[in-house]
Design a protein around this ligand. Structure first.
Ligand SMILES: Cc1cc2nc3c(=O)[nH]c(=O)nc-3n(C[C@H](O)[C@H](O)[C@H](O)COP(=O)(O)O)c2cc1C
Length: 259
């Protein structure tokens, strides 16, 4: 599922996805979603009926918005496996710098989500931090998330990218730039997992980024992850497209991550 905010959010203008060379894709969906309260009413029951293990991803543009997105989840904690905090979004209280590019802000978001879950009765729910590869401070950001009480990390979100439509002489996506996912980013994701696993031994890491086969997932485990997750590749399966013709076997579908 997509990451959820405390409010309904329309996301970015179309087009929101386009293919890139090397079997990747660029997206600028912009975290469109119905808001967490509506999701609990409209989507959660069907997921429960299917016996899904549910990891809900939340996002916000301020610390208060992260808390507001998490609070209702405390009330349905018994139906959930974990909450993932997508800190790859701009902080309107910090000149729109990404939370995930600032260790202190990442820690504050994790703390706010944990406190909000606790106040709703969900104190036992593990909280994962979903981090961005677009920073030279990934290891420090990871440390701040863990210090704030994250039970584990999801590494990584998409890489900042741009596709140009040469015929239209403009960016291919409606929002301009987007996030690169799929096979072209696998090496970046592996390196992120590798570095964080060595800096913070024993951390539960879900490795996402170009995992489209059992072998890709094994590589993630060897880099230091406890799970390999597929986002783009789930989308590819849903649309009948498999990047590079590979079969996506043995891949654990993760989080809000997983489109
Ligand atoms: C269309 C699309 C939508 C995504 N939406 C979210 C999202 O809502 N929240 C999030 O944390 N990550 C989101 N991601 C990022 C993925 O979860 C994942 O971290 C990234 O795509 C790298 O993994 P992959 O190469 O397996 O796709 C999205 C990715 C794609 C392609």
């Amino acid at each position: 599922m997509k990451s959820l905010a405390a409010f309904a959010w329309p996301g970015n203008p179309a087009p929101r996805v386009c293919p890139t060379s090397g079997g990747g894709m660029l997206n600028s969906v912009g975290l469109a979603g119905p808001g967490v309260e509506r999701w609990i009413i409209e989507d959660l029951p069907a997921l429960k009926d299917r016996g899904a293990r549910i990891i809900v991803s939340v996002w916000g543009r301020s610390i208060e918005e992260f808390a507001a997105a998490a609070e209702p989840l405390g009330r349905v904690a018994g139906d959930l496996t974990a909450v993932e905090v997508n800190v790859s979004c701009p902080n309107i209280e910090d000149r729109s710098r990404m939370f995930a590019h600032a260790p202190a802000m990442t820690g504050a978001a994790i703390r706010a989500v944990r406190n909000a879950l606790e106040s709703g009765g969900g104190d036992a729910l593990p909280v994962f931090a979903k981090l961005s590869p677009n920073t030279s401070e990934l290891v420090e950001v990871a440390g701040a998330a863990l210090e704030a009480g994250a039970a584990g990390l999801t590494l990584v979100n998409t890489l900042l990218g741009l596709a140009i439509d040469a015929e239209r002489r403009s960016p291919a996506l409606g929002a301009g730039g987007g996030g690169l996912s799929g096979p072209p980013m696998k090496a970046v994701a592996l390196r992120a997992v590798w570095e964080v696993a060595r800096a913070h031994p024993g951390t539960a890491i879900i490795g996402t980024g170009g995992v489209g086969s059992g072998l890709d997932a094994v590589e993630m485990l060897l880099a230091g992850a406890v799970r390999g997750g597929g986002g783009d590749c789930d989308l590819c399966r849903a649309t009948g497209r498999t990047p590079g013709g590979r079969r996506a076997e043995g891949v654990v579908r993760t989080t809000g991550s997983s489109a």
